[in-house]
Design a protein around this ligand. Structure first.
Ligand code: SF4
Ligand code: SF4
Length: 224
């Protein structure tokens, strides 16, 4: 009896070999032709942004490092050289590192940054063979002369993926004070200029039932 029960088990197993698979291949590996589309606000590897004139946005304030729950950002600020400043103002990020062995992509650093210097791209297809590659340096994080993320050898970028690296957050904050609805607080970026508000972040959007009130008639502080 026991032998026959065992054979029944094998019969079941072998039968399943020819069924359609429930799981699929991971799309996004280096050898795959196509990747799945990313959610608009997905958090991937970071970039350090620059202003339209090429100056760096980071002022070395260390707020991002202070807020990071994973303790994976290391920043050191330095005084800008008077003759050749790196960023507008007094200080700039002299050293900037993110340890991707620790980062949980929570984006708290992005929210803390007062100058929108640090944002996240949608790139998450990167793997390292050594600890040194996993700790991204400022030289690797800062965007190139077109305002696009650098493509590092161990990252799998596809055409178009490096655009709109900071698209997840175009600071118009309709869920905050009504008088700021539709007012773009995002500073211009190298290669992009000032980004327009997203759908739902401006009073011009009238096709949703809960469209936010226009800034001019919302000074009473009321919310819908
Ligand atoms: S995304 Fe979160 S965990 Fe990663 S560096 Fe920023 S604050 Fe730290
Ligand atoms: S990235 Fe932003 S929060 Fe972090 S040190 Fe630079 S300016 Fe400050």
């Amino acid at each position: 009896m026991g032998i026959f029960s065992g054979l029944d088990g094998f019969k079941m197993t072998f039968g399943k070999l020819f069924d359609d698979r429930v799981t699929g291949e991971y799309k996004g590996g280096r050898n795959d032709d196509e990747k799945r589309d990313k959610p608009v606000r997905m958090h991937g590897r970071h970039v350090l942004n620059r202003y339209e004139d090429g100056m760096e946005k980071c002022i070395g304030c260390e707020l991002c490092a202070g807020v990071c729950p994973a303790n994976c950002i290391y920043v050191r600020g330095a005084d800008n050289p008077i003759d050749d400043p790196v960023s507008p103002g007094e200080r700039y990020g002299f050293v900037y590192e993110i340890n991707y062995l620790r980062c949980i992509h929570c984006d708290l650093c992005v929210e803390a940054c007062p100058t929108q210097a640090i944002t996240e791209s949608k790139m998450f297809e990167f793997s390292f063979e050594n600890r040194q590659d996993a700790i991204y340096t400022k030289a690797e994080l800062v965007v190139d002369d077109d305002g696009l993320p650098q493509h590092l050898p161990w990252e799998d970028w596809r055409p178009g993926e490096d655009e709109h690296t900071s698209a997840w957050m175009r600071a118009t904050s309709p869920s905050g004070a009504a008088e700021y609805v539709g007012k773009v607080a995002w500073s211009g970026e190298l290669g992009y200029g000032v980004r327009a508000p997203e759908r739902g972040q401006t009073a011009d959007v009238a096709d949703t039932a809960d469209a936010p009130a226009a800034a001019d008639d919302a000074h009473g502080g009321g919310h819908h």
